[in-house]
Design a protein around this ligand. Structure first.
Ligand SMILES: [Zn+2]
Length: 364
């Protein structure tokens, strides 16, 4: 079991759920909303913020915390995964080379050049509390030679990130941020283990499970996650990047992962998909395989006349004041508050789930 994660802006109890404020905001909700829901930290994306509004704008605002009015810990993802996804969808948008990533904006033709050093600098400019190394992503099902090249690049880039991080931290006053590296290797056990061991030997404050975390059937890559967790120091914070389905969270937590970020709860909320504990599970700590929650598809006709809350006993602003029928109606008429209320409910569901996972005897 990992220790609580100390950052210069406070300590995050673990496991912790960090909602994705990718572009410096969690869509539709304010910082006050997030605090009221019990959210303790956020994830932003350095690559997306470089594109818009630009690191200089954020820096001139006094850093990412002041820019978005958030005083708690912020982890900035490097954007290695996002740039890889965008280039994979459309190879004309850029290229990933041994020493750099080049990305072109499709509309403006503007060119971004990402190197390990630049990505670390960028995160210092933002004022992030947890800096993440640039990594080289692959598909879990890509051929082994490709996975091996990705591991070699990822380790080489992580070493350069670590050196740049130490240089930057040495030049600045005050508490330094933390730095995490990301483990690649796809579905190849020897490569996952090697990548984890080599990154651990360089030395980082935490480690992420990199690459797309799901198999083609949507199931969690449990075995690769296990190899990585086993190959890293037991006490090291482990970040399950992008893993967010409630049952996947429970699984990953049981494997030793303690930091989670995912756009799923907020994105699902905006599409009228809410999560609720099944009766009797509101106060029980779920284990892998437990059928502890249900999805409420609020657009379904059955909710038109359902005057009970989305989840009985939930203390969120939606459930404590409104019925499922009211939320169904707000979505039907396109009222903007529908997405906000649904988002607040899902965030609260995650905060409650994580409190259950931390519960007495958690991870012991
Ligand atoms: Zn609720």
């Amino acid at each position: 079991m990992a220790e609580p994660l100390a950052t210069r802006r406070g300590t995050l109890p673990v496991p912790t759920f960090l909602p994705d404020a990718t572009r410096a905001g969690v869509r539709g909700v304010s910082s006050d909303d997030l605090r009221s829901a019990g959210i303790e930290g956020l994830v932003v994306n350095a690559f997306h913020l470089l594109r818009r509004p630009g690191a200089r704008v954020v820096q001139a605002a006094g850093g990412i915390h002041r820019f978005m009015d958030w005083s708690g810990p912020i982890l900035s993802d490097s954007g290695g995964f996002q740039v890889w996804s965008l280039i994979r969808q459309d190879p004309s948008r850029g290229v990933i080379r041994d020493n750099e990533v080049i990305f072109r904006e499709p509309e403006t033709g503007e060119k971004w050049n990402l190197t390990p050093e630049r990505v670390v600098n960028l995160q210092f400019q933002l004022g992030s509390d947890i800096v993440v190394c640039l990594d080289d992503c692959t598909d879990a099902e890509a051929p082994e030679a490709e996975q091996e090249r990705s591991v070699e690049r990822t380790v080489r880039w992580a070493r350069r990130c670590r050196e740049e991080f130490d240089r930057q931290a040495g030049q600045r006053e005050g508490h330094a941020p933390r730095i995490f590296a990301v483990v690649q290797g796809g579905g190849v056990e020897s490569l996952r283990r090697r990548c984890a061991a080599e990154l651990a030997a360089i030395g980082f404050d935490g480690f992420g499970f990199g690459g797309w975390p799901l198999a083609s059937d949507g199931s969690l890559l449990v075995e690769p996650m296990r190899w990585v967790a086993e190959s890293l120091p037991a006490e090291a914070p482990k970040h399950a990047l992008g893993i967010g389905r409630p049952d996947h969270v429970v699984n990953a937590f049981s494997l030793g992962y303690s930091i989670f970020d995912c756009a799923l709860p907020t994105r699902d909320a905006r599409h009228g998909r809410l999560y609720a504990f099944k009766p009797g599970w509101e106060t029980r700590r779920p284990s892998p395989g437990d059928d502890f929650y249900r999805a409420v598809r609020i657009h379904d006709q059955r909710y038109r006349v359902d005057h009970s809350p989305v989840e009985d006993g939930c203390d969120c602003p939606l459930c404590s004041r409104h019925s499922a029928a009211y939320l169904h109606h707000l979505f039907k008429v396109g009222d903007l508050s529908a997405e906000r209320l649904a988002t607040l409910h899902n965030l609260r569901f995650y905060v409650r789930l994580f409190a259950l996972l931390r519960g007495p005897g958690a991870g012991s």
